[in-house]
Design a protein around this ligand. Structure first.
Ligand SMILES: CC[C@@H](CC(=O)C(=O)O)C(=O)O
Ligand SMILES: [Zn+2]
Length: 335
């Protein structure tokens, strides 16, 4: 793996974006430091969990055999970026929101056909579908899933007090696709199955450097900063950002902590990449109580800021009144 890693960084698609980064530790799951990092909500790549060992044989042919006519959600983009948006939150944008990607449902076999014939210049494809009874018709695939290393995953969930597993998102991306920087409100065990992905992570406390869209916006949780063409006038603090970087290959699992920002790229080594994530709800330590330790952690302050913003949007109704009211609270009093 190390040799592959060295070869990779010559790849043209590993843009540095001018962001200094440190490497995320790559450890055996047996290394006590691995569990310590997870317990402290720090990212770590685990190289030998065998979490999705039974999925290492999943390639386009095998998945076509076992998912064939299942309907799956596919995003189409004219660019390499797949910036997520919540279609239910466009009403507050007075129709000046233009979706950056198209979302369609197609049969899995149709997706594979388009994936195989895809070439540079075509609309890029990104299939993202939760593994659930809707698509799991084949016993072979169900058996593969049943033989994941659930013992290890359940142990992490229990000893770190995570909430329930909510989703296993199956992701199949054409080479070179980018999921721009965003955060999720769940813990994530991200398993790489085929091809290579590059992650650049930023801690929750970089909230002020990544300028997320407002909570009411369709791009809630997504950074406003375009890493390819950063607007340092509008987003000056982005200049000081520092990242945590990891290259994931088949069998690697990245623990991506709740509220950590992440930018994700499918590298050019293969025509497409296959990944599966395990999203777990946050545990009770996101709620403040008598046992809360102070000072609060970055992720706890992030939850507070989001709740304050949501409360103001609800109370004021007009989103244009949120800024002026916050400035009134701040100016000459807290700054
Ligand atoms: C959802 C797409 C993204 C992964 C991610 O953001 C997550 O698992 O939270 C990626 O791999 O391109
Ligand atoms: Zn994410």
């Amino acid at each position: 793996m190390e040799d592959t890693k060295r070869m990779f960084w010559n790849e043209p698609n590993s843009k540095s974006y001018g962001i200094p980064t440190v490497s995320i530790p790559r450890l055996s799951y047996k290394d006590p430091l691995a569990d310590k990092l997870i317990a402290n909500m720090k990212p770590v790549v685990l190289t030998d969990t065998n979490l999705v060992g039974s999925a290492m044989k999943w390639d386009s042919h095998y998945l076509q055999e076992n998912l064939g006519d299942s309907p799956c959600t596919v995003y189409l983009s004219k660019t390499h970026k797949f910036k997520y948006f919540d279609a239910n939150q466009t009403k507050k944008c007075d129709n000046d929101f233009s979706p950056p990607t198209e979302q369609i449902v197609m049969r899995f076999q149709e997706f594979v056909k388009r994936l195989k014939s895809w070439k540079e210049g075509d609309k890029r494809l990104y299939m993202q579908e939760p593994l659930n009874e809707k698509i799991l018709k084949s016993l072979q695939l169900v058996n593969d899933i049943l033989t994941f290393n659930w013992g290890w995953a359940r142990m992490q969930q229990k000893q770190n007090n995570w909430g329930p597993l909510t989703t296993n998102l199956l992701m199949i991306s054409t080479q070179g696709n980018v999921t721009p920087a965003h955060f999720d409100n769940q813990h994530n065990l991200f398993a790489q199955i085929y091809g290579y992905k590059r992650f650049i992570l930023f801690p929750p406390e970089d909230y002020d450097k990544l300028y997320p869209h407002p909570v009411w916006h369709p791009h809630d949780r997504q950074s406003q900063v375009d890493f390819d063409y950063p607007d340092y006038t509008k987003f000056p603090k982005f200049h000081d950002i520092k990242g945590h970087e990891a290259l994931l290959g088949p069998g690697d699992v990245l623990y991506l902590p709740l509220y950590w920002w992440h930018h994700v790229e499918s590298l050019l080594q293969t025509h497409f990449t296959i990944s599966l994530n395990f999203w777990y709800k946050a545990g009770p330590n996101l709620c403040l109580s008598d046992s809360t330790l102070y000072p609060l952690e970055g992720y706890q302050k992030m939850a507070i800021m989001r709740n304050v913003e949501k409360m103001l949007v609800e109370a004021l109704r007009d989103v244009n009144e949120v800024g002026p009211l916050l400035r009134t609270i701040l100016e000459g009093r807290y700054n």
